[in-house]
Design a binder for this molecule. Structure first.
Ligand code: AP5
Length: 219
């Protein structure tokens, strides 16, 4: 079973790899960041609550995020595996996930932890552009679309996320080091942690993650 978590700092490449992995493995991509952005776009009560936190780079409160993931993981399409991207990010979230997966009799099978140095994270985040329609990530220097401002995949408009400003990124990085990085030890102790080098090129990194997926799937 592939119940996988992608973990790592903002800009390490989790979303980019997730898009390739779901195409290869056919499992659902559960990105809490994407779920919040969709709720903001739709103007739902959840979106209104989450917007202030997200735009400033702070975490949405645990009880809100945990409730959202519980509901999503209980859906039928998650019965044969899933890719969690951006959850858990705090110890209470990791503990709630452990309890939930135990109730569902389907534990987490592996955690892929992306490492990446701070200068590169800043370069990637400040140059990132995202498709407003399908969410595909681009970069103004390293991953340009064929036509400027237009998504290669769906023709949607490319935009810069509100939390990709230097100020919000500072907060996101400090939140990552304080709240999320300690989860490495949590998952190391569970025997689930697999480290990958986020500085590798997109295709090379994808190959390494595929090897881990095969190992995890055969257990
Ligand atoms: P979220 O959407 O999860 O953002 P993030 O974790 O900060 O991650 P990013 O999407 O910024 O980066 P990424 O690692 O996916 O990088 P990407 O592949 O795009 O969360 C946003 C906010 O939502 C949070 O701040 C919080 O407020 C809230 N939230 C979400 N989950 C929450 C939770 N569990 N609890 C509470 N609040 C929560 O790549 C970045 C750039 O680099 C792109 O331009 C890409 O083209 C380029 N790139 C990618 N890979 C490579 C590579 N290998 N080489 C060169 N360039 C690359």
């Amino acid at each position: 079973m592939l119940n996988i978590i992608l973990m790592g700092p903002p800009g390490a490449g989790k979303g980019t790899q997730a898009k390739k992995l779901i195409a290869a493995y056919g499992i659902p991509h559960i990105s809490t960041g994407d779920m919040f952005r969709e709720a903001i776009k739709a103007g739902t009560p959840l979106g209104k609550e989450a917007a202030g936190y997200i735009n400033e780079g702070r975490l949405v409160p645990d009880e809100v995020t945990i409730g959202l993931v519980k509901e999503r993981l209980s859906k039928a399409d998650c019965q044969h595996g899933y890719l969690l991207d951006g959850f858990p990010r705090t110890l209470p979230q990791a503990e709630a996930l452990k309890e939930l997966t135990s109730e569902l009799h389907s534990p987490i099978s592996g955690v892929i932890n992306f490492s990446c140095d701070k200068d590169e994270l800043i370069r990637r985040i400040s140059g990132r552009r995202v498709c407003r329609n399908c969410g595909a990530p681009y970069h103004v220097e390293t991953l340009k679309p064929k036509v400027e401002g237009v998504c290669d995949i769906c023709g949607g408009e490319l935009y810069q996320r509100k939390d990709d400003t230097v100020e919000a990124l500072k907060t996101r990085l400090s939140v990552y080091y304080k709240d999320t990085k300690p989860l490495e030890e949590f998952y190391r102790q569970e025997g689930l942690l697999h480290e990958v080098d986020g500085l590798l090129g997109v295709d090379e990194l994808f190959k390494k993650i595929n090897v881990i997926f095969r190992e995890v799937d055969q257990r």
